[in-house]
Design a protein around this ligand. Structure first.
Ligand SMILES: [Cu+2]
Length: 652
């Protein structure tokens, strides 16, 4: 591909903007993160052992956001989670930047922080030095421990004797046969270790029995690919007059859209104050959990049920994006600023990519009597991030379409998690992708938290089902079918699953605002990727991921109900998540509500997924449904070259 020549195609916006706070929802600046760390370090809850899990913006109340006028003073507060290097527990602090002090302190003595990026290589180092682990490797023919790659998996909560009450990591291992080759082709099967992240002691090595390490190479790096196909001709994406969007601090405006971009270590990118033509649609929207259950009970694989957001935090694992590779065209990048475990500022340059894409046909009609055609092209604004969690890449795209719809797409790529088998004997829970190498059946189940505000905060939740009319006097020819709407008015009633048989869908309506037809304005959830959960809900992993049991949940707004599996997920027991929130069975009719959508990928592995997986995709849409009185883009100007395209379109 070629790039846009001498056109200014790439710009990073935050270098100066990040230094000043322009909006109450703007993520903490580097100076603010440093100041918060200094305030906490002046009175650290765990003394010299104190480390920082997260330092993030304590988001202001909605009234503050709604009444904010540019230029008016902005109160800034941070939400901080700190932990000790020596004892289990997390302390949550609220810090006032303006007052320079801690304003709230709450201890969670059983909580464990997310596994930190800084710990990954340390875990590998300690495990590789352990005599029992070395002996296990030796039984499999490995004598050089520097070739062993150890991936740090969350340990879960399995009530295994000796594990209770600790802060642990459970590891799987592979062997790298030579420099830069793909070690996931060489699983060290049946050998796991459990390491205590407080004492750095390997508390147990599990050896389920040795089988040969598969040694056939399967590489993806270009230096290993002997023959390459002929390249295609270049595609240039150029916008000779520049882009149509504007970035002012954290606010983006494009066409009729306006919204703010936030970022934190756990959720990565967050969207706020989303409006179309000034009308509110959502107050906050983000991806709040992702759980990846694997279906194999063999050896140590039963433990693979990882919460990539709650146990690792995908924000801290965001990539710096590369123009022409990760993103193509006229791009604006935003840097993001997080904290290290020591409380230093960690900047990920170009973590957020913003650009426009042609999106094909928007609408068209050809009048065969007059031979006249009207055509409009669609375009979307794309805000993207890519996060690497161990073997997988999650490429996260938020699309703002010109027709008022918002789309979230997650593309999964990277390398499937591999295990080894005897060649030709993958067993029923896996598919062999290379002789002796398998990928287990698994799922990637996501939860989006959508704090809706359809034309204001007071919304209701409606389910729509389509039914066939029974044949009879009213339906003499048997053709009749109709849609039926039900307002689900309490939290327990609104915990629902998809039903393809009735083409069930849901919408968030504002009963106080009507369209020309006299019906409430609304946004429809297009839930295209509902996933059937297979992990038993009463199992150790199932209890911790109970949110996957429904495809939608609706709760009365509570700013502290942030995560569907609970606030502190690592080693969690399943308490404090959405299944507990809805036990309150609060009314959700004509009030401030939050819609939680559970969707995902069901992933029986394909041979084509290895050695590196072409993107597979999942997501959902929020689509205006009676929000407008008609097609909201009837006013879109025709393309400049309309004359030629219409002549072709009309078949002349
Ligand atoms: Cu997968």
């Amino acid at each position: 591909m070629s790039l846009a020549g001498d056109i200014d195609c790439c710009h990073t916006a935050t270098t100066t903007d990040a230094l000043s706070v322009l909006h109450p929802l703007q993520a903490l600046t580097p100076a603010e993160i440093a100041k918060v760390a200094a305030i906490v370090n002046a009175d650290p809850p765990y003394g010299v052992d104190t480390r920082f899990e997260t330092i993030e913006l304590l988001e202001p109340e909605k009234t503050v956001v709604r009444s904010f006028k540019p230029g008016s003073p902005i109160a800034r507060n941070a939400r901080v989670s700190v932990f000790s290097t020596t004892t289990v527990g997390v302390t949550r602090l609220f810090v006032s930047l303006d007052k320079g002090k801690i304003t709230s302190r709450k201890e969670f003595p059983q909580a464990r922080p997310m596994i930190q990026l800084e710990q990954f290589l340390a875990i590998e180092g300690y495990v590789r030095q352990h005599p029992e682990f070395i002996a296990g490797c030796k039984r499999r023919g490995i004598t050089d421990m520097t070739t062993v790659c150890v991936d740090p998996w969350s340990a879960g909560n399995f009530s295994i004797p000796g594990e209770e009450g600790r802060h642990l990591c459970h590891v799987f291992a592979w062997q790298r046969l030579r420099e830069n080759e793909n070690f996931y082709a060489h699983p060290i099967e049946g050998l796991n270790a459990v390491i205590d992240l407080k004492t750095w002691e390997v508390i147990r090595v599990d050896d389920y029995g040795a089988i040969p390490i598969p040694t056939k190479e399967a590489n993806y790096e270009k230096e290993f690919i002997k023959t390459q196909r002929k390249p295609l001709k270049p595609i240039d994406v150029i916008q000779p007059e520049g882009v149509s969007f504007k970035v002012e601090g954290s606010r983006l405006t494009w066409d009729n859209w306006s919204f703010l971009v936030g970022f934190n270590a756990r959720e990565a990118l967050t969207l706020h104050d989303i409006r179309y033509d000034g009308r509110h649609i959502a107050h906050r929207a983000s991806l709040v959990e992702m759980v990846v259950p694997y279906g194999s009970p063999v050896n140590g694989h039963f433990r693979k049920n990882v919460f990539d957001i709650g146990e690792y935090g995908i924000g801290k694992l965001a990539n710096s994006l590369k123009l022409g590779c990760d993103c193509l065209g006229a791009i604006e990048y935003l840097d993001v600023h997080l904290n290290t475990m020591n409380g230093d500022v960690m900047t990920i340059e170009k973590a957020i990519c913003i650009h426009e894409e042609d999106s094909g046909l928007l609408w068209k009609h050809w009048d065969f009597r007059t031979d006249r055609a009207e055509i409009r092209r669609a375009r979307k604004l794309v805000v993207s991030t890519i996060c690497t969690v161990g073997n997988y890449e999650y490429a996260l795209y938020r699309y703002f379409h010109i027709d008022g719809s918002i789309e979230f797409e997650m593309k999964a790529t990277g390398i499937i998690n591999t295990a080894a088998c005897l060649p030709g004997q993958p067993g029923k829970y896996a598919r062999e992708v290379l002789p002796g190498v398998v990928g287990h059946i698994h799922q990637h189940i996501f939860c989006a938290r959508l704090d809706m505000a359809v034309d204001g905060d007071r919304n209701s939740f409606v389910e729509c089902n389509t039914y066939a009319e029974p044949e009879g006097p009213e339906n003499p020819y048997g053709n009749a079918f109709y849609e039926s709407e039900t307002v689900l008015d309490t939290e327990l009633k609104a915990a629902r699953r998809a039903n393809p048989a009735s083409h069930r869908y849901w919408k968030v309506v504002n009963p106080n605002k009507t369209n020309y037809a006299g019906t409430p304005v609304s946004y429809k959830l297009e839930a295209m990727n509902c996933v059937t959960p297979f992990v038993s809900p009463n199992s150790p992993s199932g209890k911790r991921s109970s949110f996957v049991q429904n495809h939608v949940w609706v709760t009365a707004f509570d700013p502290e109900e942030r995560y569907p599996g609970g606030e502190y997920m690592n080693h969690s027991d399943g308490a404090g998540g959405i299944a507990d929130f809805v036990k309150q069975d609060r009314p959700i009719k004509n009030t401030d509500i939050v819609l939680w959508h559970v969707f995902g990928l069901h992933h029986p592995v394909r041979l084509e997924d290895f050695p590196v997986q072409p993107c597979i995709s999942t997501g959902f849409k929020l689509v205006p449904h009676g929000f407008f009185d008609g097609n909201p883009c009837i006013d879109l100007p025709a393309e400049v070259n309309e004359a030629s395209c219409c002549a072709n379109a009309a078949g002349t």
